[in-house]
Design a protein. Structure first.
Length: 202
């Protein structure tokens, strides 16, 4: 494992603040922090937007599983402000970016941490898990990580808890979902993406 930090010498030190931009979810604007090492830097990709705009209102505990720049985290907090929110990502740059997104929008009380598959989180501890599983590892297509995330989401959900997952047309994960969830139903779909809801058995 190597950790490398590179700094361009011709940058203006006064402009070293990471970039941010104004974006909107369901007609509500917020400030999104950016980072070049985080997925969809500088914009909200359509799948993430679809997931964030179709989240339910819940009470209890909710998890953004693979938080990226914090788009879904903001959606969870704004949709269910009384819920306890956790956000995790294997990319430490994403963890820092989500924290900054929350800070820029004065949203506090969210537990943001680095985690691959939520190994340190207790079993059956969440009422809702929101997830957009990755299907690229490096430059190649790899579905193993996404399938493992869905299995981990099942472990983390309470009996009767809900998984809201967005999938691209390249991700045929219905078999994995039916393996771990009592029922799996489509919520919304576009030409390229679909949101499915899985419920854990009670």
């Amino acid at each position: 494992v190597r950790v490398v930090r590179a700094t361009r010498g011709d940058d203006d030190p006064a402009s070293s603040e990471p970039p941010s931009l104004r974006v909107s979810l369901s007609d509500q604007e917020f400030t999104l922090a950016g980072h070049p090492a985080v997925f969809s830097d500088g914009y909200i990709d359509p799948a993430t937007q679809l997931l964030a705009e179709t989240l339910p209102v819940i009470k209890g505990n909710q998890l953004d599983f693979g938080c990226g720049s914090g788009v879904v985290t903001v959606g969870l907090v704004r949709r269910s402000p009384a819920a306890r929110t956790t956000a995790v990502d294997a990319n430490l740059a994403a963890v820092a970016t989500t924290r900054r997104t929350l800070q820029l929008n004065e949203l506090d009380g969210v537990d943001v941490r680095g985690s691959y598959f939520g190994e340190e989180l207790p079993d059956r501890s969440f009422d809702l898990v929101a997830c957009y599983p990755p299907f690229h590892v490096g430059g190649g297509v790899n579905h193993a990580v996404g399938k493992r995330m869905l299995a981990a989401a099942a472990r983390l959900l309470k009996p009767g808890g809900l998984l809201h997952v967005v999938l691209s047309s390249a991700q045929a994960y219905e078999g994995v979902l039916h393996e771990h969830f009592h029922e799996v139903v489509p919520l919304v779909a576009t030409d390229r993406h679909r949101v499915l809801v899985g419920r854990r058995p009670r």
